[in-house]
Design a protein. Structure first.
Lengths: 151, 151
């Protein structure tokens, strides 16, 4: 059995599934991110957000992307072998994330293939689903991860 | 002529192009984001990052996504009419962003189409290219933006 923190490219196969810890999202965390990165009224101002289509403060979708990767990274799955990522695809925000929501990430391997140009690594395609405390998906995305092979 | 901060759905057409201001990215900004959202060694530890494939500290790609939207948002283009976004596609990290790099975003409208279900809004598809101080693309992505129509 491979330990969570000692996985290399060869240890990933389609269908592998990882569940993150849960993280409660505070209003302060939403507003801090929003003020610098995405200062739209529904991300930064609790009172004014009430008069928007969202009816209240919601997290920036950019923050949800970052929180999703944070929760996955903290499983340790990439700890031994990560060489970074060439990109992400199909990011879809499905429901607003509001102050007090608790997020969890389920990551599932779609495909694992060796690099054609670099023999020391492979590319693993991972589908992420971020759910709230009601089990409702708030975001989905697909990412490619470059991973080192066992030497 | 439409002012930058008074654009509605009807004011966007394919080929419209927006250039952001330039922002210098400090080591502190990279490390602050990395520590919470993406604590891989090449995003958080200047010394240890030297021994990685990146040869030094680089910004989390998730931070580059957020900085790209920040710079675009600060042009004011979405100020009057933004209703949020359903998603992003085809995020590609092309070159590392390092401390001291200066980023600028060029956004180009690909398509503008009315919503089929909600008559008060439309969807504008925007291609973003984030370049560094050498004019080299560091990231590209495509986003969909929901925009209010003039009432």
């Amino acid at each position: 059995m491979t330990s969570e923190r000692d996985r290399y490219f060869e240890d990933f196969k389609a269908g592998d599934r990882f569940e993150s810890a849960r993280l409660e999202i505070s209003e302060a965390l939403i507003v801090e991110f929003g003020r610098f990165y995405d200062a739209q009224v529904f991300h930064v101002d609790r009172e004014a957000a009430r008069d928007t289509v969202y009816g209240g403060l919601i997290a920036s979708g950019l923050q949800t992307i970052a929180l999703t990767f944070k929760l996955f990274l903290e499983t340790g799955t990439l700890a031994a072998s990560s060489l970074g990522s060439p990109g992400l695809d199909e990011i879809r925000w499905k429901k607003p994330v509001r102050p007090g929501d608790t997020l969890q990430v389920i990551a599932e391997v779609r495909e694992a293939r060796p690099s054609t140009s670099k023999p020391d690594r492979g590319i693993v395609r991972i589908a992420y689903t971020t759910v709230n405390q009601h089990g409702e998906p708030v975001m989905t995305m697909v990412g490619n991860q470059l991973l080192r092979r066992r030497s």
